[in-house]
Design a protein around this ligand. Structure first.
Ligand code: PXP
Length: 258
């Protein structure tokens, strides 16, 4: 039996809906409490430079209200790193960020990283924050993460999730599997996320060296129809089933979202 697989629930899009109108509702901290009750192992929140969803004031509230570990996603800028070093969440996931992108498109270029990324990893590590790098499933990015001294990598699953079942999806899945095995060999803890849904989660959850999945947009969307607790509960159940019977869904066809 592979080690346990944690589910981090990303609450950004509750804040997106709140910010669309201003004011306080819906409250992402309430979503985090529901996630905890529904079986999440952690909460993920992305403080973007443009504050388009989570805002600074959400973070201390979140850390005070919910006992689950907080995984703070952030760009490797001096401003963001200073905020993370001050707040000292359980973990920080360094992501690429462009103001004009709709969401995080592609992984960090750890291999081509300059001093800013190296410095961010070191400063966060010195502050006692577990650092992960959000990278594409490529050998050179894994090797670079190791060289930079990050203990964790999060593999970008966007390309895999954008495919339909068939050869292209198989190829993307194979890349994720290989990268997860390579991460293990390099001594890096392996996480994954971006775009995961009911029909794509099982094959990724079945990868034995995978330790954490971070999932947001699909869960918040599904919550409109079935409630957040139910959506998380079903995702958790799919992950657990895939973990205990990895060969049941080797092609990643999964359970279609209803
Ligand atoms: N992991 C990282 C590093 C991300 O940037 C995101 C998107 O914010 C996610 C996971 C979650 O992706 P999604 O919201 O598509 O599930």
């Amino acid at each position: 039996m592979p080690p346990a697989l944690r589910l981090g629930v990303n609450i950004d899009h509750v804040a997106t809906v709140r910010n669309a109108r201003g004011g306080h509702r819906p409250d992402p901290i309430r979503a985090a409490r529901i996630a905890a009750e529904a079986g999440a192992d952690g909460i993920t929140a992305h403080l973007r430079e443009d504050r388009r969803h989570i805002v600074d004031a959400d973070l201390p509230r979140l850390m005070a209200a919910v006992a689950l570990p907080l995984n703070l996603e952030l760009a490797a800028t001096p401003e963001m790193v200073a905020i993370a070093c001050r707040l000292r969440p359980h973990a920080a996931c360094l992501v690429p960020e462009r103001r004009d992108e709709v969401t995080t498109e592609g992984g960090l270029d750890a291999a081509g990283a300059g001093l800013a990324l190296r410095d961010a990893v070191a400063r966060l590590g010195d502050a006692g924050v577990r650092v992960s790098l959000f990278i594409d499933a490529e050998p050179r990015q894994l090797a670079a993460a190791r060289t930079l001294g990050a203990p964790v990598v999060e593999l970008h699953t966007g390309r895999y999730c954008d495919t339909v079942p068939g050869p292209e999806r198989e190829a993307e899945l194979a890349r994720l599997r290989t990268a997860a095995a390579d991460a293990d060999r390099l001594g890096l803890e392996c996480h994954a996320g971006h775009g995961l849904a009911y029909d794509t989660v099982a094959a990724v959850a079945a990868i034995p060296t995978m330790r954490e999945l971070n999932i947001g947009h699909f869960l918040i969307g599904e919550a409109i129809f079935v409630g957040l607790g139910n959506a998380i509960g079903r995702m958790r159940a799919l992950m657990t089933a895939a973990r205990s019977n990895p060969s049941a869904d080797p092609a990643g066809h999964g359970t279609a979202a209803q």
